[in-house]
Every structure is written in structure tokens, then in C-alpha cells.
Design a protein around this ligand. Structure first.
Ligand code: ADP
Ligand code: ASP
Ligand code: MG
Length: 441
């Protein structure tokens, strides 16, 4: 069984939904994970922000502005009166539900229920389309099997057990449609896997059913060697190892949710990145094997905060690093990069919700400095220990950019460099010129 995930652009209009139906209507058992139509989740965020600020009129206005797009999709998607009617009833039901929040007290818990509407709508629309086309398929409600635990992490054993139960209800069906992104928390409330989370759903579903392959269909022909939003002339990479892809996703390659490689990797399920607009393109295959020993790609992670702790107590002392790390552990704040000297330690974090408490505690160790708006440039490839010259090529390319931290040697496939956020675009372009043009030629 395969898992195919289609992102927001891939289901962004009636025309795109019809293309998706064409791509999934073929023999072979599969689960199809769909995102919300592009722009919808952003819009739902705006609606719930307005409700949280008790700007009821604005919330009503925003809801009413979203509705016509869905009415238009219904008009263009279905060809029979029966399904145009069914589609319109579906839209009325969901938009009435959204409007119901403008009449009551709105609590932050309800925000997640609003954010779930995008995927609930897109999957129901596509399922109706398949029904109208007489394609045999079943809509599996993700809220019946996708679940996170108390730590906010996916609960794979629960997902496995409940997804199996759902599938067992339809032994003769080959095509299943389900919602990406949405799930329930341990209290049974609607929750989600964070923005871009449909990729994560696909990988979790793939792991849960031991899929033969997970395909992530999007609006670009695979993982590119550099961020195409900032750099011209990027190209797709044919093959990546799980470790390489996971690093790129975690360090900012938007094509994949930061955590989405891990479940597939755990069960050795290949992940293929494909382009809905160009289905014949080869895309990127992510699997156990790594091809070629060279610099393969770069990605950038923004909004990084760097913390420097200077302390004479660190000199020739042991146990100091542990005490520092314990502070971050207490506040469940992951550390990305770290460099140390005899008397100082610099580290970076992405999550700053608990920053005030963390700084307060770190001050017990010495002087603490903090700088926001930093960017980690992550350079990924197969840097085997016996190879040499990579660092020279990277730093030669970046010679005009002030570098704040370097992490080299932590793994054989990642070199990370911390720079100021304002230098990001320049750094990505410089690496393209200095590293990849030479690789290609
Ligand atoms: P979807 O809605 O299908 O999930 P996303 O917008 O989340 O799609 O991800 C696809 C986008 O990721 C591309 O359009 C591209 O602009 C961006 N992107 C950023 N870095 C990369 C990269 N290294 N390779 C490919 N795409 C990238
Ligand atoms: N619709 C969600 C988002 O926009 C999830 C996704 O598209 O992957 O973040
Ligand atoms: Mg995405």
C-alpha cells in the first residue's frame, strides 16, 4: 500500500483537484492525504486571531470573504446538479459552523477546531468529486486515528491500532482519502501537527501501515539544492539519504515539514517528492542509501536566537555543560547549534516561549548575552571524514559574510553556520555561486 500526500497548491482549485483525482485513480491500494486548499489555513489563523481579540465584526467579515472561493470551487468541480447541491450544502454547513464561533465566547482551545476546517473541507470536496466520477473511494476521518501524546508528539502505536481498525471496515476498497495536519490530543480535543503538518501525517500514516512508499506531491519537482524562493537557477536532487533529507527539512527546506522524515526513516520506507504540475518529472527519492560524496544542498532556518554564557567557573571544570543543558531541558527548549571554548559557551535555540526564565537561570552561571534574528545556514552532503576541502569551498564562498558560529564534525552530513538574519539571502546566493556552480560544471 502506498501513501500519497497532496499539498495546498495541489488541491488549490477545482482544476487542481481534478488533476489529483487523475493521479490517484489507478490500480493499487493507497491512502491519499490532502492539505487544505492553499491560503485557507492562513486565513483560518486570521479568523481565530480576530475571535481571540474579540473583534467579532472582523471575524464575520473574514469568514464571509473566504466563502465565495469555496462556492466557486463547487461550481467548477462538479458537473451534475446533484453534486453541486451536495457541495453547496457542505459549504453552508462548514461556514455556519465557523460563524457559530462569532456568537459565543471564544476560548483558545477552540482555535484548533477552526484551523481543522481547511482539511475537512478539501477532503470532503475531493471525496464527492470521486463519487460523482464513480470512482470507488472512502473518506477516512483523520480525527478517528491521528493522535498526539501529552508531549505533543505523535502517538504512533495509537495511530497504528486505530488506522488499522478504520481500514478493516472497508476490506474491498483500494482508495482512501484522509485529512493531513489534523489530529486529537490525549483529551480528545481537536489539535494539529503544526503548520505544514500534512507531510508529517503522510509519513506517520506510511509508518503505521508499513507502506511500500510515501509520495509527497507538491508544486516543485523535488528537493532543490538551494532555496528557490531566494536563489535563481536551483536544481532538483535525484537522491538523498534519510539523514540528509531530515537535516534539510529541519533546517528550513520548506518543501518538507521539519519532522516528517523520521517516521518513514524509522521503518525504512522510501519517500519520493513529486510535482503535481509535472507528474512525469523524476523528483527526489529519499531512502537509506546516499548517492555521491559531495555538497548536495543548503537550507536556511530563520528566527534563531543565540545565547552566550561566559563563566570563569567553566575553566577546567566538569559538569558545567550538564548544568547548562539541564536549564534548557527543564523548559523543554531544544538546542540546535553549540560551540564551546574554555570559558564560554554559545548555543542557539529556535523556540523562545520560555526565554525569560531560561535567561534568569543561566545568569547563575556567569554573564549571559543574547541576540535574536539570526539564521542557521545548513550545508548538507556526504562529508566523509577522509575527504577534505569542503570547508575551504564553503567558507571561501561565504568570505564576504560575517560568520558568528560554525558547527563542523557533529555528523558526516551537516555543516552549520550561524549568520545574521539580514545576510541570509546573500549567503544563499554566494553558496550557489561558489559551491554549486562548481559542482555542476
Ligand atoms: P505544499 O503546499 O505542497 O506542502 P509547500 O509550499 O509547503 O508545499 O512546499 C513547497 C515549496 O517549498 C516550494 O514551492 C518551494 O518554494 C519551497 N522550498 C523551499 N526550499 C526548497 C528546496 N530546497 N527545494 C524545493 N522546494 C523548496
Ligand atoms: N494546511 C496546513 C498548513 O497550511 C497543513 C499543510 O498544508 O501541510 O499549514
Ligand atoms: Mg507544505
Amino acid at each position: 500500500m502506498e501513501v500519497l500526500k497532496f499539498g495546498g497548491t495541489s488541491v488549490g482549485s477545482a482544476e487542481r483537484m481534478k488533476s489529483v483525482a487523475g493521479l490517484i485513480n489507478n490500480p493499487g491500494k493507497k491512502i491519499v492525504v490532502l492539505s487544505a486548499m492553499s491560503g485557507t489555513t492562513d486565513w483560518l489563523v486570521k479568523i481565530s486571531n480576530a475571535l481571540l481579540k474579540q473583534e467579532t465584526e472582523n471575524a464575520v467579515k473574514l469568514i464571509n470573504e473566504l466563502e465565495p472561493r469555496y462556492r466557486k470551487t463547487v461550481e467548477e468541480l462538479y458537473s451534475t446538479k446533484e453534486y453541486i447541491h451536495k457541495g453547496n450544502e457542505l459549504i453552508t454547513e462548514h461556514f455556519n459552523f465557523l460563524l457559530s464561533f462569532t456568537r459565543d465566547m471564544f476560548t483558545p482551545n477552540e482555535e484548533k477546531t477552526i484551523l481543522a476546517e481547511g482539511e475537512l473541507l478539501s477532503t470532503a470536496l475531493v471525496q464527492y468529486y470521486l463519487e460523482e466520477q464513480k470512482v470507488s473511494s472512502v473518506l477516512l476521518p483523520a480525527l478517528n486515528f491521528m493522535r498526539i501524546d501529552n508531549e505533543g508528539e505523535p502517538d504512533l502505536p495509537y495511530i497504528e491500532e486505530h488506522l488499522k481498525k478504520e481500514l478493516a471496515k472497508h476490506p474491498h476498497i483500494n482508495l482512501f482519502i484522509t485529512q493531513g495536519y489534523i489530529c486529537r490530543n490525549p483529551f480528545g480535543q481537536v489539535d494539529n501537527l503544526k503548520r505544514g503538518g500534512s507531510d508529517y501525517t503522510a509519513s506517520l500514516v506510511g509508518a503505521a501501515i508499513y507502506a511500500t512508499e510515501v509520495q509527497i506531491w507538491t508544486d516543485i519537482d523535488g528537493m532543490h539544492n538551494n532555496d528557490p524562493r531566494y536563489v535563481q537557477g536551483t536544481y532538483p536532487i535525484a537522491e538523498l539519504s534519510f539523514d540528509e533529507a531530515a537535516e534539510l527539512a529541519y533546517f528550513g527546506a520548506k518543501i518538507l515539514h521539519p519532522a516528517c522524515i523520521l517516521p518513514a526513516q524509522k521503518r525504512k520506507i522510501p519517500v519520493r517528492l513529486l510535482n503535481t504540475m509535472q507528474p512525469e518529472a523524476k523528483g527526489t527519492l529519499i531512502s537509506q542509501a546516499s548517492q555521491g560524496h559531495d555538497i548536495k544542498a543548503v537550507a536556511a532556518k530563520d528566527n534563531i536566537t543565540v545565547i552566550k554564557i561566559k563563566s570563569a567557573r567553566m575553566l577546567l571544570a566538569y559538569g558545567f555543560l550538564r548544568s547548562v543543558f539541564e536549564v534548557f531541558e527543564r523548559y523543554k527548549t531544544p538546542i540546535d547549534m553549540i560551540t564551546t571554548s574554555e570559558v564560554a559557551i554559545s548555543l542557539t535555540i529556535d523556540e523562545t516561549i520560555h526565554i525569560d526564565h531560561i535567561l534568569e537561570e543561566l545568569k547563575n552561571f556567569g554573564t549571559v548575552e543574547i541576540e535574536m534574528n539570526q539564521t542557521i545556514i545548513c550545508i548538507v552532503g556526504d562529508f566523509l571524514a577522509e575527504k577534505h576541502g569542503y570547508a575551504l569551498r564553503i567558507f571561501d564562498a561565504m568570505k564576504d559574510i560575517p560568520i558568528r558560529m560554525i558547527s563542523y564534525g557533529g555528523s558526516t552530513n551537516n555543516i552549520s553556520v550561524l549568520i545574521h538574519g539580514d545576510d541570509k539571502k546573500k549567503a544563499l546566493i554566494a553558496l550557489n555561486e561558489g559551491v554549486f556552480k562548481k559542482v555542476k560544471s
